[in-house]
Design a protein. Structure first.
Length: 318
């Protein structure tokens, strides 16, 4: 049951990042009128939001299991009521479910809203709801337990939003490149693909900066001394996450410095786009592994707390 809970929570977190990233790609590729590619992105986002809503229904039961340390608590009404009405988790969960439902209804009503708001305004609305959803989740994590809470909440919130805008957008970006490589008359033109890649490259560079700054802040708040990086599970997971992040940065650097100039300064070739798509799928795979460790960190005792327990004198335990 523990592994099932970890899997559901991980898929839930990953889906929330992918939703934001997919909407960002749809906005970056916006022209005066919606393209078939953008319609496919919105359709896939709709299904991901539906998954988010359904998987979210299981989270209170999983939290009940965690609190009671008993799998039977998942089916105990009193335990679930305790989670929903007597914990911060319950309040945050209800808020996120309402936001997910609002986003679901927004995408479901896209035909009407597109006509009234326009394509860009509609996507901006959907992205705003997605960002609020992600930021709300910070209040049920480690950051909410810090004193004062606001630096940690701000750092984790910026970290999540930046990760969603960069890492969460990679699958949609890969889909766009593959879509432009086909001979379909509705596929994106080579010029449009090159333009979108250039826009995303600039956005990704900014998001990486936010991830680095917020990551340093989070590390400063959660880790008191260097030894905690090696002596605690939290620290070890964090080191692995940093290594994976550096690998992703290296891949992004190769794409931006070597292949993107060839795509934007000359006539875009099928070969260059195929090479870029392979690098992007490699970067996406590394990113998914990184998200796995990020989810593990979320369910691990912070290094500062863990290290304190490890070094506490025996006399203090009595």
């Amino acid at each position: 049951m523990q592994y099932l809970g970890f899997a559901i929570d991980g898929l839930y977190s990953t889906a929330s990042l992918l939703i934001l990233g997919t909407l960002v790609i749809a906005l970056l590729s916006t022209d005066k009128t919606p393209t078939p590619f953008q319609q496919k992105l919105l359709k896939s986002t709709f299904y991901m939001v539906a998954f988010l809503l359904i998987s979210g229904l299981f989270l209170p039961s999983l939290q009940a299991i965690s609190l009671a340390d008993d799998a039977a608590a998942a089916f105990d009404i009193q335990s679930i009521k305790l989670v929903l009405f007597s914990t911060r988790f319950g309040a945050v969960w209800a808020t996120q479910e309402c936001l997910a439902l609002l986003l679901f209804l927004t995408l479901y009503s896209k035909a009407t809203l597109l006509e009234k708001l326009g394509h860009r305004a509609f996507l901006t609305l959907a992205i705003t709801i997605s960002c609020i959803f992600l930021f709300a989740g910070v209040f049920k994590g480690h950051a909410a337990g810090l004193e004062p809470a606001w630096p940690g909440l701000l750092g984790h919130g910026v970290h999540l939003l930046a990760a969603g805008s960069w890492l969460g957008a990679l699958p949609a970006l890969y889909f766009l490149i593959c879509h432009s490589n086909t001979q379909d008359t509705h596929s994106a033109t080579p010029q449009h693909t090159a333009q979108l890649l250039s826009r995303f490259s600039k956005l990704a560079s900014t998001m990486v900066g936010f991830i680095l700054l917020s990551g340093v802040l989070i590390g400063y708040l959660q880790i008191n001394r260097w030894g905690e990086l090696f002596a605690t599970t939290y620290g070890q997971y964090l080191l692995i996450k940093v290594v994976l992040f550096l690998i992703m940065l290296l891949i992004a650097f190769v794409i931006r410095q070597h292949y993107l100039p060839q795509l934007t300064t000359s006539k875009p070739s099928l070969l260059i786009k195929q090479v870029i798509s392979k690098w992007v799928i490699f970067e996406t795979a590394i990113g998914l592994v990184l998200l796995g460790f990020a989810n593990a960190i979320k369910n691990t005792t912070p290094a500062a707390v863990s290290y304190t327990h490890l070094t506490l004198p025996t006399s203090d335990l009595v």
